[in-house]
Design a protein. Structure first.
Lengths: 849, 459
């Protein structure tokens, strides 16, 4: 698969080159430059840009394959990935004469006038012209020092100096000029940065938008009108803290924050990819995650359970089951089931496991090192295969196997504790029992036929024994018989597959992992199974040294990996999590690239604050996510209004320094749940299992057979089935996370399909009508009071006088047009429903302020 | 002032048409002071001047999901027939070359070779510019499909349709500027705008179904248009009041714009999607109403109607070209399903004088191996395959680029996907190196770092 290599080369080119032209990168600085000949002047900015834009891409694309890296190993000992190399030339001397293309052997070669380079195919005339022009210019080459692209040895000691690899330092909150403003240390950090940028914070938020904000942020639901009233009328000093504590204690909290985690770990209930087979038991992991957030499981423990729950001590059978379910993290990724070769399949699963482990917990893109040393971060390929060895020594139970078209309960983990069988289960069980009988019968038949095949072959071999020579042709009758047998077996096998793919009764199964046979993995050169390199001892990322990372050779090493990640010495774990939490509360992380803390990620906007929060999280708060969230939302910064301020906006339009609260578009789940909450139809009970349980163990063909999965329901969105490629329409329209990808930050789009959904979909219209009924229900209220109720239920606030009169007029006119048109039925309800729907469709409904 | 406009002499629709900068200009002062573009739609979609004189004004991209076998369609390989059964044909050892089961003949003045399975399209030989030297990065459907659509399979990048819209805007603000009728999978990323403003995102339309269900929720099951307009006016008014209060709120402006476009689409789309006004002869020519050609025929006819209406980028598509086995029968069916419809579209556009500025691009995500798989199939092959273009300023009757004698790998005038995209943009009057968008600290373009315009095919 050389094309794979090429892809990586392009990738590398795509990233390295522009990075080099960034002003922040010092590679063009003259200070480091060691020009070989002092006479030659340093290229001007324009010349440098010309090289970067025009020349370097050509060299990378067409020449590097043979002429980069160590000159001794390169073809003709000629490398052009460094300025020196290109100037020096190869075995036969210089290849360019700056200023004189006609004298330059390089030009001769690319014109195919002597040597023919590149050998595969002549460059296009355009490209040749570019190179000619460049040499005419004097071949300006801004590159300094060693090649950034060529194979280079990663210097771990040097790499450890990068901010993200140094342990967070406990910092004292800085001094601020305006000492009256901050309420907490968080505020002091933020205020100090603001003062430096000459920014003034806006006013504090009013209580009505504030409780709406915090209720959505913590539970994904709007506050009930009574909750708003209670808060507005609470004069105690702890009023807001009391609200926060109530929300943190609500079971709705885990449903909201569990969903954030599910985004990061690419939660989905089918294999995805070309052969999409349902994961009927993925939901157990989903519930585990939600419960973990609700019970405020310390984050370090949460990490260890998901990676190595099966290796932990358990208190009882139920606890053991929970721990097994936790390892579902490693099993729920997408799988290319039509990969026939088991070992290839295994390495692809391992790749997914390394990817999710490194990105979700560490914000590191370790999976980049599958084929070559990471180009930007200090992650050598050997690290990748050290981790691969750990997962190779692990057995993954996802219900599916390489090359198999159907899933099987046998390929899942069996749980100990018996759960209550679902109602429909009796039906499923009955059908299953019948099928089992038939399966047994067919298996016996196949065995019998196979035996007769064998006998026939033996017979055929015996017959000619007398003459000692085997007949060239078998007797025709035998051949016909054998074909018949083969056909029969094929038919039976097809039937078997059909029977086995039917939905099995809901059982005590889970997705997850347990220990396999411990062993190291070789490096696979360029990721190719056929090209095995030296074996690497199992281990963790070598740039981060903590005592926990040493693998016991008798184990897979998963437990050690988990402890290494969850160690306080690991500089990334707490920072990455703290940053995720911050992003969900402020719309933007302190490190904007939440899933990438590497060299290509963003630098922290408030590095000391990030460290402060990380240290606080690990030490004082003992990895409690709830305490972390509590301390952030109780800061004055979180409680700022979202109002606009011209001066600040001019200085800091992106609101990097938090001079105000950023408005936030509700997530897809929140929009749907808020519709149901307003209409009074929301069913907050956790459903038993998932509708995916009702699906067959076979490949999904498009949307066929998804009836159960698509059935409308009023449960919370987090419990809706997430079949890959079939995410519920409502969620998809509003940018729900793609269940195949690791998503730390969702997109926010605004497109007409959303407008059409809110205007015309039966679901929204139904909720609007329900809200209308709810509003019209109390007897003896003036229309204005009903409008108020609708506003409070949908938007959490009272309407302005202008809005109230506008809507009163609207209702009258709407009713009148319906009556004039002779519309039958409840005209008043229709008018109110139309108004209620308008509230749902309004921009304000989908934003928290 | 806006309030006055609405209560007074103009209908809402008229105002929207004339003031297509949208309600956003309430906050005009702020808009002007803002350096970066907001995430809303509106004036971003107005037609923009290209970088240089364009050959084509719009694109119809025909995506053949599953990867058609080039040696059985547009890359005639006589040597493959000669060496039938010999070892070779790509994808490791042990594969045996397999001749095409189809007869090829020459057509038109140009004498381009066509298989017997495409008799109608063959009549347009002199319009077609065959790109026989195509190659791409990976032989895996998902990745290669992304590569074809976005120029990159590793990172989330905008679709070429989104780039086109970003570069040129659209002539019809009542319709999305980028429509994909290609409902056959591949995922939203293939028509998404990624980091480009959402206004440039493709709108998926179910081309195979009847009018109303063509776009999800395009019509209201209960409300009359009149009532819905009342509702929309109330909605617009509430949103405007909120925007006044917020002063600057690009998100809310985006919401307002999205309703404008949604409402316009409700009016315009069903009309365009309703093909009952087309003559029986036209429908028949496209193969509509005939099993086997109805699906793609309808898509092609809709593509023409969208093109006429000023849609900038239209994707149509049909899948099922992944013949690992049963090549002869299945490929025959595939070819049949597109043969008449494409031929009809070419004639139709030509008659209307639109072929000259409509660029048609046909192709799958990669090609197939000349070596046999499962005796009667062919495997994936990214090292060489074929696409073709027609209209929009490309030379007709040309065979550009070539694979080796058996069709394994592109060897002559090789054209990578980046090159294809660069050429398409060039024909649209856009310089692929100048069409950039600042994202994550650098100027990103559709063609990544590659992209050489194949000037030889430009008429």
């Amino acid at each position: 698969m050389t094309s794979f290599r090429r892809g990586c080369l392009l990738l590398l080119a795509g990233l390295v080159l522009p990075a080099l032209i960034l002003p922040g990168f010092a590679l063009t600085a003259t200070a480091d430059a060691a020009p070989s000949k002092p006479a030659e002047k340093h290229p001007s900015k324009e010349e440098g840009e010309y090289f970067e834009k025009r020349i370097r891409p050509i060299l990378v694309k067409y020449c590097y394959e043979c002429h980069a890296g160590d000159p001794k190993k390169a073809k003709s000992h000629f490398v052009l990935d460094t300025r020196d190399g290109l100037r020096k030339g190869g075995q036969s001397g210089a290849v360019i004469v700056p200023g004189n293309p006609e004298e330059s052997p390089l030009i001769e070669a690319i014109r195919y006038e002597g040597l023919e380079m590149p050998p595969k195919e002549k460059l296009s005339d355009d490209l040749i012209d570019e190179l000619v022009k460049w040499i005419e210019m004097g071949a300006p080459d801004p590159r300094v020092g060693k090649a950034a692209n060529a194979k280079h040895k990663i210097d771990l000691n040097e790499a450890r100096k990068f901010w993200a690899f140094q342990r967070p330092k406990a910092a004292h909150a800085p001094e601020v000029q305006d000492t009256t403003w901050p309420r907490s240390d968080i505020d002091r950090f933020i205020q100090a940065a603001r003062e430096k940028e000459k920014l003034q914070p806006v006013a504090d938020a009013d209580r009505v938008p504030l409780i709406r904000r915090v209720t959505f942020d913590l539970t994904g639901l709007p506050p009930a009108p009574e909750e708003v009233d209670a808060f507005v009328n609470d004069n105690s000093a702890n009023a807001f803290a009391d609200v926060v504590d109530r929300l943190l204690a609500s079971p709705r909290f885990g449903e909201r924050w569990g969903r954030h985690w599910l985004d990061v770990v690419r939660y989905g209930e089918s294999t995805g990819k070309e052969r999409n087979i349902p994961y009927r038991y993925a939901w157990r992991y989903r519930n585990y995650v939600i419960d973990a957030f609700n019970e405020d499981k310390p984050y370090d423990r949460f990490v260890v359970e998901q990676l190595a729950g099966d290796l932990l001590q358990s208190r009882n059978a139920a606890d053991r089951d929970r721990l097994l379910v936790a390892t579902g993290l490693l099993a729920i990724g997408t799988k290319g089931v039509n990969t026939k070769e088991a070992e290839q399949f295994k390495y692809d699963v391992i790749d997914d496991q390394i990817d999710v482990t490194s990105r979700a917990f560490l914000g590191m893109t370790v999976a980049c090192a599958r084929c070559h040393d990471h180009k930007f971060d200090p992650i050598p390929t050997s690290d990748y295969y050290a981790l691969a060895g750990i997962f190779h020594s692990t057995e993954t139970f996802s219900g599916v196997k390489a090359g198999k078209k159907i899933a099987s309960d046998k390929a899942l983990l069996a749980l100990d504790a018996k759960s209550k069988p679902a109602k429909e289960n009796a039906k499923l069980a009955e059908a299953h029992a019948e099928r089992q009988q038939e399966i047994a019968k067919i298996e016996a038949q196949i065995a019998e036929l196979r035996q007769s095949q064998k006998n026939a072959r033996k017979q055929a071999r015996k017959k000619p024994n007398k003459g000692k020579t085997r007949p060239q042709v078998q007797p025709v009758g035998d051949m016909q018989n054998q074909k018949q047998t083969r056909d029969e077996i094929k038919k039976l096998e097809d039937r078997l597959e059909q029977l086995e793919s039917a939905a099995t009764p809901i059982g005590d199964f889970a997705m997850g992992v347990h220990e396999g046979s411990p062993g190291n993995s070789p490096v696979l050169n360029r990721g190719e199974l056929k090209d095995k390199g030296p074996e690497v001892s199992r281990g963790v990322m070598s740039v981060i040294k903590t005592p926990a990372g040493n693998v016991n050779p008798k184990h897979s090493g998963r437990l050690e990996l988990a402890h290494w990640i969850a160690a306080k010495d690991n500089p990334l774990t707490a920072r990455v999590m703290v940053n995720r939490v911050w992003q969900h509360l402020f719309g933007q992380g302190l490190v904007a690239s939440t899933d990438n803390f590497g060299a290509l990620g963003d630098e922290p906007s408030h590095p000391e604050l990030l460290d402060y929060l990380a240290v606080q999280f690990m030490n004082d708060d003992k990895w409690s996510v709830k305490k972390l969230i509590r301390s952030i939302v109780l800061s004055r910064t979180y409680q700022l209004s979202s109002e606009h301020q011209v001066d600040d906006h001019e200085r800091d339009p992106a609101n990097k320094y938090l001079w105000r609260m950023e408005r936030r578009r509700l997530d897809a789940e929140e929009i749907r749940d808020a519709l149901l909450a307003a209409s009074g139809e929301l069913d907050v009970a956790r459903p038993e299992g998932s509708p995916v349980l009702e699906l067959a163990n076979a490949q999904l063909k498009g949307g066929k057979g998804l009836g159960e999965v698509r059935k409308a329901s009023n449960i919370r969105s987090v419990y809706l089935p997430v079949v890959r490629g079939n995410v519920p329409e409502m969620l998809q329209v509003f940018d729900a996370a793609d269940p195949s990808l690791i998503i730390g930050k969702r997109d926010v789009t605004t497109v007409p399909t959303q407008a059409l959904y809110l205007l015309n979909s039966p679901f929204v219209m139904k909720q609007a009508e329900q809200l209308a009924r709810r509003v019209l229900e109390p007897k003896g209220l003036a229309p204005e009071a009903r409008i108020d109720t609708a506003y409070r239920l949908a938007l959490g606030r009272l309407p302005s006088d202008r809005e109230r009169s506008e809507i009163t007029q609207y209702l009258n006119e709407y009713r009148k047009s319906l009556e004039e048109a002779g519309t039958k039925g409840n005209v008043s309800l229709a008018a109110w429903a139309s108004f209620c729907q308008t509230l749902f469709a309004s921009g304000e409904f989908r934003y928290v302020y | 002032m806006i309030q006055g406009l609405f209560n007074g002499m103009f209908s809402r629709r008229e105002v929207l048409k004339s003031a297509s900068c949208g309600f956003g200009f309430l906050a005009l002062a702020d808009l002007l002071s803002r350096a970066s573009a907001s995430d809303s739609g509106g004036n971003m979609l107005l037609a923009k001047a290209p970088h240089f004189t364009p050959r084509a004004k719009r694109v119809i991209f025909m995506f053949m999901g599953g990867a058609p076998s080039h040696v059985d369609t547009f890359d005639y390989k006589p040597q493959l027939a000669v060496d039938d059964g010999k070892e070779g044909g790509g994808k490791g050892k042990g594969r045996k070359l397999k001749r095409s089961p189809f007869k090829f003949t020459q057509h038109g003045q140009s004498g381009l070779w066509f298989p017997e399975t495409l008799p109608n399209l063959a009549e347009h030989a002199d319009e077609l510019c065959l790109l026989n030297g195509m190659h791409t990065d990976l032989p895996a459907h998902g990745n290669a499909t992304l590569m074809m659509h976005t120029g990159n399979f590793r990172f989330v990048r905008p679709s070429m349709g989104a780039w086109t819209l970003y570069g040129l805007g659209t002539d019809n603000t009542e319709l999305p500027g980028f429509i994909t009728l290609n409902g056959q999978g591949g995922g939203a990323q293939n028509y998404a705008s990624a980091f480009l403003p959402a206004a440039y995102q493709g709108t998926p339309i179910q081309g195979t179904e009847r009018n109303k269900s063509a776009v999800a929720n395009i019509g209201n099951p209960k409300l009359s248009e009149n009532l819905q307009r009342k509702q929309l006016d109330l909605l617009a008014s509430l949103n405007r009041e909120r925007l006044e209060k917020d002063k600057v709120n690009p998100g809310l402006e985006g919401v307002i714009e999205s309703y404008e476009l949604a409402f316009k689409m409700e009016g315009a789309l069903p009309q365009i999607m309703d093909i009952s006004g087309e003559t029986e002869a036209t429908q028949k020519a496209y193969g509509i109403g005939i099993k086997g050609t109805a699906n793609f025929g309808r898509q092609c006819l809709l593509a023409r109607r969208f093109a006429e209406a000023g849609v900038r980028f239209i994707e149509v598509g049909i899948g099922g070209w992944d013949q690992h086995r049963d090549l002869k029968a299945k490929l025959t069916t595939n070819c049949h399903s597109i043969d008449k419809p494409i031929a009809a579209l070419l004639s139709d556009l030509k008659e209307r004088g639109m072929l000259q500025d409509t660029l048609i691009v046909w192709g799958g995500e990669f090609g197939r191996t000349p070596g046999a798989q499962n005796s009667d199939g062919r495997d994936h092959n990214s090292t060489g395959f074929s696409m073709w273009m027609a209209g929009g300023g490309v030379k007709g009757g040309l065979r550009y680029g070539a694979t080796d004698e058996h069709g394994v790998a592109a060897v002559e005038k090789r054209m990578h996907i980046n090159d294809l995209h660069a050429t398409m943009l060039y024909l649209l009057g856009l310089d692929h190196e100048k069409l950039t968008y600042q994202y994550s600290g650098r100027a990103i373009r559709l063609t990544d770092l590659g992209g050489v315009v194949a000037k030889e095919i430009v008429a």
